[in-house]
Design a protein around this ligand. Sequence first.
Ligand SMILES: C[S@@+](CC[C@H](N)C(=O)[O-])C[C@H]1O[C@@H](n2cnc3c(N)ncnc32)[C@H](O)[C@@H]1O
Length: 229
Amino acid sequence: MCIVRTQHDVSEFYRKALAEGTQTAERLCAPVSDRFAGFLHGISADAPRTALELGYGMGTYSLALARSGFTVVAVDQVPARIFRSRLSANPDWLKHIDVVEQRVESCSVIGNFGLVIAKDVLHYLRQDQVRELLTRCIQRAPAAAGHFLEVFTDITRTDRRGHGVMIDGEAAYTAAGFRDLIERLYSGWAIHTTLSPHAERDTETARNYFEANRITVCAYRHTGTGALR
Ligand SMILES: C[S@@+](CC[C@H](N)C(=O)[O-])C[C@H]1O[C@@H](n2cnc3c(N)ncnc32)[C@H](O)[C@@H]1O
């Protein structure tokens, strides 16, 4: 038996967790990862200091980017007032982070960003939506831009009764399928992908309720490569 959760269920889950500041098993409040810090370190000084974060959650990565001198557009489906009210503690952040309440698949703000980050969000979209969204970001990427993506593939979810759980309309990538997409879309870029097994455990049932492979993509657009693809 497989339970199907809707995109609305996903949206409500994050709206509640982020509004209440609940610490979820996904560690939404965790500091930025070493992988991201390494990626940021590799961004060329020639890249425009403008960033787009797709699916910002707590906004930790947007804040880190603002602190590193980027002007950020942060997009998520959750009510923008949640993050804005955190940002209001420091009016300077509000000047550097534009919070946009929108589904990323219909994101209207894709411009010439020097940096794009989409961490732990694209797996919720359909495969055609991921392809279309990344294509738009790549087509508009200025020279020296960098993209950081983290996507769950080969996902197995189980509820407390041991039933499989799927999300309606999710990408359901295999690691090979996602890597293949990245190689095709980012042709001509310097790309580095890594795979790390990931599991989240329910301490009450002592069972993993989420298992997946996390694919991390660090992609850098070479400078001086001529026309945009
Ligand atoms: C697992 S959290 C990741 C948050 C953050 N990127 C991080 O890694 O800490 C997923 C986030 O993506 C957002 N999200 C999921 N599907 C989305 C969609 N279709 N459009 C916009 N936001 C979405 C959720 O609201 C949530 O904030």
